[in-house]
Design a protein around this ligand. Structure first.
Ligand code: MRU
Length: 348
């Protein structure tokens, strides 16, 4: 099965509408910025690396029909587009990184004409996509070395094909281990409130022929206590300089339970998710999402009184002390993270 989360087709951004999964595999072709902004906000396209690619293509989408021949005018249009897309979701570093790469490409393209600049920016967006494809495969190669035959791996949310271009980070490690002929059993935590684990991870793992079992989020510690889990691998939305990691809310619960039960806990993430300008997790902005997401069970069944108060942070911070290693596209980073992150990532 070859599925691809994001593409460029007929002058539009082609994405899988992830809110329709697992019931239907529906593609959307997005031809204007507002539509893209909404698709990001509503998690039609989601997952840190996929957001980076979508936002980069989005900047191109925003400038490609700029009518004038003035480079200054194009720069203004680009800034407006970039600033707008940056307001779509706050936590994933990749979303900002993807936009910044296009901005940097524009800054480099000083002495060429407007049509040539547009071409350069399009090429840069496509390079971001290819870089992610390569990064996920490198993460897979490094991570697969940790996976013994018959390993039982717990994961949360979706850090797979659907969160990237076509391979995945945490799930990429599973796919790479499987390609090496190892048997792996995956437990997917359902990931309330939007059920990315239940709807998305089980869907893609099942289609890839991986042995996957869905569990309710509150089952994880019991399975660890029963000796049913050999390791936990989660993705990341933003990683601070000291290794503190923002990922889907509930990830920190898993890390705490894993530490108690002595189950190794790993993060899998490309270099593009690290934010070395942030000292520790307290500096990472956590997205707050609509209350109704918690009041209902996806896609809208009532699960609570209509007016009950709700708190719905979309991410939490896993303290670096609970992370055994961060599987990156440049190798596995081990503690002490403050020294080793720069050491490993400095290679690229
Ligand atoms: O709210 P989401 O679905 O965008 O959250 C996604 C996650 O938390 C993923 O684990 C993370 O982006 C890593 S994706 C490789």
């Amino acid at each position: 099965m070859d599925i691809r989360t994001i593409d460029w087709k007929n002058g539009k951004i082609k994405i899988i509408d992830q809110t329709r999964l697992p019931r239907a595999l529906v593609y959307l072709e997005i031809g204007n910025l507002k539509e893209l902004w909404r698709a990001i906000r509503e998690l039609k396209v989601r997952g840190a690396p996929a957001l980076g690619a979508a936002a980069a293509l989005g900047v191109y989408l925003g400038i490609k029909d700029y009518p004038g021949s003035s480079r200054k005018g194009l720069a203004r249009c680009l800034k407006k587009t970039a600033d707008y897309l940056k307001t779509s979701r706050p936590t994933a570093r990749n979303l900002f990184g993807g936009i910044e790469r296009i901005e940097q490409a524009a800054a480099r393209a000083k002495d060429i004409t407007v049509p040539e600049i547009k071409k350069e920016l399009f090429k840069e967006a496509l390079r971001i996509i290819e870089d992610d494809r390569a990064a996920c495969r490198a993460i897979g190669r490094y991570g697969a070395a940790l996976i013994k035959n018959k390993s039982r791996v717990l994961t949360i949310c979706n850090a797979g094909i659907l969160a990237t271009i076509d391979y995945g980070t945490a799930l990429g490690v599973i796919y790479a281990a499987k390609e090496k002929g190892r048997e792996v059993k995956v437990f997917a935590s359902e990931t309330r409130p939007l059920l990315q684990g239940a709807r998305l991870s089980t869907w893609e793992l099942y289609r890839k022929g991986v042995d996957v079992t869905l569990i309710a989020d509150n089952t994880a510690a019991k399975l660890m206590a029963d000796g049913e889990i050999d390791m936990v691998i989660a993705g990341a939305d933003r990683i601070a300089l000291n290794g503190d990691t923002a990922n889907k809310v509930g990830t920190a619960n898993l890390a705490i339970a894993a530490a108690y039960h002595k189950v190794p806990f790993y993060i899998a993430s490309p270099k593009t998710t690290f934010d070395l300008s942030i000292k520790d997790g307290s500096g990472i902005r956590i997205e707050m999402r609509p209350e109704d997401e918690v009041r209902g069970i996806f896609p809208g069944t009532a699960a609570a009184p209509r007016k009950v108060k709700v708190l719905n942070p979309a991410f939490d911070i896993t303290p670096h002390r609970l992370i055994r290693g961060i599987i990156t596209d440049y190798g596995i980073v081990r503690p002490p993270y403050r020294d080793n992150i720069a050491g490993v990532l400095g290679k690229g």
